[in-house]
Design a protein around this ligand. Structure first.
Ligand SMILES: Nc1ncnc2c1ncn2[C@@H]1O[C@H](COP(=O)(O)OP(=O)(O)O)[C@@H](O)[C@H]1O
Ligand SMILES: [Mg+2]
Length: 213
């Protein structure tokens, strides 16, 4: 067992935490044959809803486990889950600055999705601060990007100024990410090839490399 914990964290809602959590989970399973647990700590429970649709539709959950926990409970839950899973992914709610610590302390890597808008910038720094203090690996992931937008350059400059590693795969703003989730699936189960498949495959590879360092 690899037994690594990834916490996906970002103060701002709607940056793609949950989307990334499930796509990464399915990417690890599909392309790396790993056993993955996802822990939903968001009382809104959109990850849980996804899992429920999936289970009702009898879509294969081979190598995938799902749990819910409070932000505090995630620490205990992930400790238990990592005994028999290669990767545990903790999905977190927004606005958690004061409560973020336990889920970050439980992790080996903190993955921070941000969209290329100035609004996300400020929201990123509080989490980075906590993760740095806890001595955790950090990676920033640009999500929902319009590849041709000038905002990408600004976002990259901003990330550089933070002095934190970023994933070099930019996730595009693609309908398939949203529509697949509504069906209890992921883009990589809906499509066999294409940009989303390439993105998730490369993302999963890069995260694994980082975890193994
Ligand atoms: N790369 C993407 N392309 C298109 N839509 C996306 C992408 N990432 C997220 N979304 C959509 O944006 C919304 C917010 O994403 P979500 O993962 O729920 O964010 P969070 O968990 O951070 O609040 C959802 O409707 C989701 O389907
Ligand atoms: Mg969410």
């Amino acid at each position: 067992m690899l037994s690594k914990v990834i916490t996906i964290s970002q103060q701002k809602g709607g940056t793609g935490k949950t989307t990334l959590a499930i796509h990464l989970a399915m990417g690890f399973i599909k392309y790396h044959n790993l056993k993955v647990a996802v822990v939903d700590t968001d009382p809104q429970g959109s990850l849980g809803q996804w899992f429920m649709i999936r289970s009702e539709k009898k879509i294969s959950n081979h190598n995938l486990s799902f749990k819910t926990a409070s932000l505090w409970g995630a620490q205990y839950e992930s400790k238990t889950l990592k005994k028999d899973h290669d990767i545990v992914i903790i999905d977190t709610p927004p606005k958690i600055e004061s409560d973020a610590r336990p889920s970050i302390e439980a992790s080996d890597l903190v993955l921070i999705p941000m969209t290329p808008s100035h609004v996300d910038f400020w929201a990123t720094e509080a989490i980075i601060d906590i993760a740095k203090k806890a001595n955790k690996k950090i990676m920033i992931q640009i999500n929902r990007a319009n590849q041709r937008s000038k905002q990408i350059i600004k976002t990259n400059d901003y990330i550089k100024s933070l002095n934190v590693p970023s994933v070099n795969i930019i996730i595009g703003n693609r309908q398939i990410y949203a529509s697949s989730m509504g069906e209890g699936k992921t883009a990589i189960e809906k499509q066999r090839k294409g940009s989303a498949v390439d993105e998730i495959k490369k993302l999963s590879e890069q995260i694994l490399l980082e975890l193994n360092q």
